[in-house]
Design a protein around this ligand. Structure first.
Ligand code: CTP
Length: 413
């Protein structure tokens, strides 16, 4: 669903190299039917001309706080009132710091301060600047003020380095803005997702694992991020690209996954265990490749920790959603796991040849204490969004919170 149609998007552009991507962003937002007005800082004008953004937005570009002509046409208060959402993209480290201080010494800062609509920032900076405690503290402050922080992405940077700090691509930004208007049912929530298989080494070249592709877990992580959550994904080895807006932690074994999950669990509101954790590992890992023998071989195995059960048994557990992959007796097995592991919810699916693992579609039966819902067969990406919507519903029912951020929208269409 495209919710951007007819929305008033005020785009703030600050002075970073990623400002050139703002042109493409304006084009995409307009293609989706949004009305776009642009406010540029003085530094932004060094990177991209106002004329480009004027031509693409079809509106005059605003820059000066104290320009009598501009103020007569549409001053900072009118611009702030006009906006359904204010997106600063790119948002430099300096602008983020100024936003935290509540400055009003240029037009964009003043508009941000005057704006009662939702505010989103798409950080763009060198990775070292991004990783500085000063920047991270500033972002924490903004998040606590319910500013939506979109991105950044990780990758090669204009300065020649590689790491976190790239502005999200315009297409991704447009998608996330769309997500904000869709309700942001998990806005402000911190979600931890486990996904993919784990691998347990037998010797340096062999391992025990399973057929999990990670598709469902990745789709759920992405859907939670679209719903406004801050998502960390602890993933076993899979052939999937990490969703851009998700913080990824790569692990191989069940014990590593367990350690990564426990390290982040104190900062988690909702834990979604979508990983197909290998239940057993070899008692000892051979240092050298095991040679075959005609006598056959026996592998002694020991149990891996049950990550989900450990999390659910914590003194103050987060809201827990488990998965149950079953070949038979779906409901009975799922309800047993719900009870045995003391979960809030469980999503069960049938696995077998051509079903569940390694395929793009799936169906889920979701159970909780006192209820159930059937989510019919569809693409895993779509199914994941339906599951996240249901999860948000149950989460709110449990804690009696209304975490939905209502965007100040001129029309609710
Ligand atoms: N799980 C986990 N850690 C494990 C095993 C499972 O976190 N060591 C989680 C899975 O991510 C899933 C749920 O527990 O959310 C159910 O896993 P399941 O496939 O049912 O494994 P088991 O509980 O081991 O049950 P079974 O006897 O069916 O294998």
């Amino acid at each position: 669903m495209n919710t951007l149609s007819g929305k008033h998007i005020l785009l703030g552009v600050t002075g970073g190299i990623a400002a050139y991507k703002s042109a493409e962003l304006v084009r995409r937002l307009r293609e989706q039917g949004a009305e776009v007005r642009v406010v540029m800082t003085a530094a932004a004008r060094e990177f991209i001309t106002p004329l480009t953004l004027q031509a693409l937005s079809g509106q005059p570009v605003h820059s000066d706080l104290l320009d009598p002509r501009a103020e007569a046409a549409m001053g900072h208060i009118e611009l702030a009132r006009w906006a359904d959402v204010l997106l600063v993209a790119p948002a430099t480290a300096d602008f983020i710091a100024r936003l935290v201080q509540g400055r009003a010494d240029d037009l964009l800062a003043a508009v941000c301060l005057a704006c009662e609509a939702s505010l989103a920032v798409a950080p763009a900076m060198n990775r070292a600047m991004w990783q500085q405690p000063a920047t991270q503290d500033n972002l924490e402050t903004l998040r606590a003020r319910r500013v939506h922080v979109l991105g950044p992405a990780t990758g090669s940077q204009a300065c020649g380095e590689t790491g976190p700090g790239r502005m999200l691509e315009p297409e991704e930004l447009a998608r996330q803005l769309d997500g904000l208007f869709q309700g942001g049912a998990l806005a402000g929530r911190r979600v931890l997702v486990s996904a993919g298989p784990t691998r347990e080494a037998i010797d340096p070249v062999r391992y025990i694992s399973n057929r999990s592709s990670g598709k469902m877990g990745y789709a759920v992580a992405r859907a939670a991020a679209e719903a406004g959550a801050r998502v960390t994904l602890v993933t076993g080895p899979v052939a999937l690209a990490l969703p851009e807006q998700v913080n990824g932690i790569q692990v191989e074994t069940a014990e590593q996954m367990h350690a990564a999950v426990m390290e982040h669990i104190a900062d988690t509101d909702i834990f979604i265990a979508a990983a197909a954790v290998t239940d057993y590992r070899p008692q000892s890992v051979a240092g050298q490749k095991i040679k075959k023998s005609t006598a056959g071989m026996t592998l002694a195995l020991e149990s891996n920790p049950d990550i989900l059960a450990t999390v659910a048994a914590l003194p103050e557990p987060p809201f827990t959603l488990g998965f149950a992959a079953e070949t038979d007796s779906l409901e009975a097995n799922a309800r047993n796991k719900l009870r045995a592991k003391s979960l809030d919810m469980i999503a069960a699916n049938v696995v077998g040849p051509g079903q569940g693992f390694e395929v793009d579609d799936n169906a889920l039966q979701v159970f909780w204490d006192g209820g159930e819902r059937q989510l019919g067969r569809t693409r895993k990406t779509r199914l994941a969004r339906q599951l996240v919507a249901l999860l948000a519903e149950r989460y709110q029912a449990k804690y009696n919170t209304d975490s939905v951020i209502k965007l100040h929208a001129k029309d609710s269409a």
